[in-house]
Design a protein around this ligand. Structure first.
Ligand SMILES: Nc1ncnc2c1ncn2[C@@H]1O[C@H](COP(=O)(O)OP(=O)(O)OP(=O)(O)O)[C@@H](O)[C@H]1O
Length: 373
């Protein structure tokens, strides 16, 4: 990937933050971002994502640790001198100024000559395809148009770093998708570095070059979207990103190796890839995604299989979600494409589910990265 050749641009090193001098809301945050990357912070509510952005922007001080941009510490630099663009969910446009005046504002405060400002505003209005709307006020625009103006205003002074905190949170699904496309297009065209916060996993997976999954102020995994989805580092990430069946099991052998033998609590033996189990683990959590499970209808061989009882199925349009129960009462979900092969069952009917070892992980039961590590 071309990003690999680039220098580290932004670096958080062991950043900690407390608001009340008691509890750390950011416990030990370290992250390297390369120039031009699109990095998303993803995590449950209250895990410290906005706090990290605020410290980077300079609106909150850092309790300890350092933040450097292009090798220089910025923690003592005033916010307006950090040259960082910001986009928030609520647009934050000046309602009494026209669209063109809103765009001109960051250039005026930077004392750019008037003729250049005019040129630049026209260029950015064109970039966001709102050339005809320069004389309107924000109140005369749709939500999507307003957010495009907010985006252009954050970019017009050519910041090297742009922070976006839930920028599309107020938009409906269709507009959101259009704006995701728009932000990606501008990012590719202009080459700035983005630190993005969202609750929307699909948004994070489709837009980011790398995602940092947060829990309780600590990064659990920092990786490109496909790695995160296909190779979660621990049970927290496996559970947080996408859907997963997480089933408790006993380790039989192989905890120090790449492939593990285990038996589910219902007694069924299986093989799994070693997610992060060590030789000290005796129990583990088996994770297998619903779309990797197959409802057996023929004799095609699979590495693992298990008897299950059909409970119900939900029609979701392009796919069907089946709910089954294992003999120990635990539940398991299967997702299949809604095609002619999607089977029908009656409630309580016995069937067999199957999957490949490669699609299945064993994770330690005490594996999430926390402050103790
Ligand atoms: N100004 C503040 N004063 C005191 N505590 C704060 C302040 N801002 C945030 N917190 C606390 O810090 C923790 C992290 O909050 P933060 O907003 O960074 O999380 P988040 O991951 O962005 O959450 P969300 O996804 O809900 O926006 C929370 O427990 C929150 O209550």
């Amino acid at each position: 990937m071309e990003q690999e050749d680039k220098e580290e641009f932004l670096r958080f090193a062991n950043v900690k933050k407390t608001y009340d001098q008691k509890a750390l809301v950011v416990k030990d945050f370290s992250l390297d971002v390369k120039q031009g990357e699109f990095v998303t912070l993803l995590g449950p509510s209250g895990s410290g994502k906005t706090t990290v952005l605020m410290m980077l922007a300079g609106f909150e001080n850092v309790t300890s640790g350092s933040i450097t941009v292009a090798g220089k510490p910025i923690t003592n630099t005033a916010p307006y001198k950090r040259n960082i663009g910001m986009v928030f969910q609520n647009y934050a446009l000046f309602p009494h100024l026209t669209v063109a005046q809103n765009l001109a504002y960051p250039l005026t405060v930077r004392k750019m000559p008037k003729s250049q400002i005019k040129e630049k505003v026209a260029q950015y209005l064109k970039l966001i395809e709102l050339s005809q709307f320069g004389d309107r006020h924000p109140g005369q625009l749709s939500g999507g148009q307003r957010q495009r103006v907010a985006l252009a205003r954050a970019l017009i002074f050519e910041p090297t770093l742009v922070l976006m905190d839930e920028p599309l949170g107020a938009l409906d699904k269709k507009l959101r998708e259009q704006m995701q496309f728009e932000i990606t297009r501008l990012h590719q065209k202009l080459g700035f570095t983005v630190i993005y916060v969202t609750h929307d996993q699909v948004e994070a997976l489709t837009m980011s070059s790398r995602i940092a999954v947060f829990n309780e102020g600590v990064v659990q995994q920092y990786a490109p979207p496909d790695d995160l989805y296909e190779r979660p580092a621990n049970a927290f990430v496996a559970n947080f990103i996408g859907e997963n069946n997480l089933i408790s099991a006993q380790l039989s052998k192989g905890a120090g190796t790449d492939t593990i033998d285990a038996s589910l609590d219902c007694g069924t033996p299986l093989q799994a890839r070693n997610g992060n189990c060590s030789t000290s683990d005796t129990q583990c959590i088996i994770s297998v995604r619903p779309e990797k499970l197959v409802i057996k209808t023929d004799n095609q061989p699979y590495d693992n299989q298990i008897a299950a009882k059909f409970i119900t199925r939900h029609y979701v349009g392009d796919f069907i979600r089946y709910y089954f129960q294992l003999s120990d009462g635990s539940n398991i979900t299967v997702k299949t494409l809604n095609d002619t092969k999607a089977p029908d069952f009656t409630e309580g009917q016995e069937t067999v589910l199957a999957w490949m070892t490669n699609d299945c992980f064993a994770f330690s039961t005490h594996s999430s990265r926390d402050q103790g590590e």
